[in-house]
Design a protein around this ligand. Sequence first.
Ligand SMILES: *Cc1c(COP(=O)(O)O)cnc(C)c1O
Length: 434
Amino acid sequence: MVDRRNFLAAAAAAGTAGAAEDQPVRATPLRADYFGTQYYDEKERAELMEVLETRRPFRWYGSGSKPPMKVLTFEKEFAARMRTKYALAVTSGTAALQAAVAALEIGPGDEVIMPAWTWHSCCSAVVLAGALPVFAEIDESFNIDPGDIEHRITPATKLIMAVHLQGNPADLDRILPIARKRGIRVLEDCAQSVGGSYKGRPLGSLGEIGIYSLQLNKTITAGEGGAVATSDPVLFERAARFHDVGGLRGPHEAAVGKPKLDPFVGCNLRMNEFSGGVLLAQLRKLDLIVGSLRANAKRVYDGVRDLPGIKFRKLPDPAGELGAGVFIEFKTKEVRDLFLAEMRKQNVPAGPPGGSVVLPALPYIENKRTIHPKWPSFTSERGRAIRYGAATCPRTIDILNRFAGPHLDPKFTPRDCADIVAAVRKVYPRVVKA
Ligand SMILES: *Cc1c(COP(=O)(O)O)cnc(C)c1O
């Protein structure tokens, strides 16, 4: 299975033609890169230059006779791609979470259930709204365990955050009914799965509201950026007002028909036209990027599937997954770490689950640290009583300690994927036997 070209190169580099088993699969390290920026070309350049040359960097108005259209066009095409009625462009995924939490009217006294392993912003959006985060364990999909939600629901539970982590859709067939039965709403955090789908439907279109990040590490990017998608006109209006100091501008007013809300206290989370232009070009490449990621993931899965005893991350919808990584389960952290060390020797990148943190284990969350001692999240009886800390999510920590896998890249060639397969086939049987 060792690639002949790489084997010869490695042998030459080592100055000896030793046994193939002792040579790394690749002579030099294979490196996964950021997805979206690898696709930057004349399309992004043209969008960017147009904004520069027309001197219209602000989304709502500017000099010249034509109105700026980049962010607005991005919103229209994003909503069409996600199959929602509305989309709102904002400055980051974190901003998108705050706008969505505001749209859902979440505030002091409300509780929000989210996975213990996710990004800081899920928790901060809830705490900044004055509400209380409640953490549930993840399962072998790395997403919230649907079986660990119900006993955490109280009369104050207003929202479940279904976070589609590391490209893998959460099990919405189990999560949505738990919420709907009780009138609890579902926010889909698609930051790490932009372009993924669940049983044929774009992620973000199945719950009441979806949020996306367009930051460097995500599928498509302008460095920073975010979006909110929903088909509910009132949720859209509230998110749009929150993102623009409480007001609703002409094009958004036209989108919702007749405004239903009065102005209220909000933020400025508006996207600029430079970002809008770049993201428009990137959005038009989203299916190409996701298609390439998925094709590469399939090559790796198909190449190692027959290894005796191999178990992968749980995929609630294998066809909808993004394919950003192929994760393998190990019995202990020690075996997992040995696998990682041996893969590194093969010059084939692999890593543990990443891109998120075990939030309840962070000291600032365990100690309920906010910018003011009377913060409403933690001054209520329930807020004072709730306990966080690593001891509250042992299964999450255990699962994250026992999985690892190769990182994938949409620009990996079939030969690169064959090297990944060769490395796993070489290393996996050795480490599980050791
Ligand atoms: C990245 C990320 C966010 C926040 O997005 P930013 O654009 O970095 O603000 C939110 N949720 C999840 C799950 C993320 O991975």
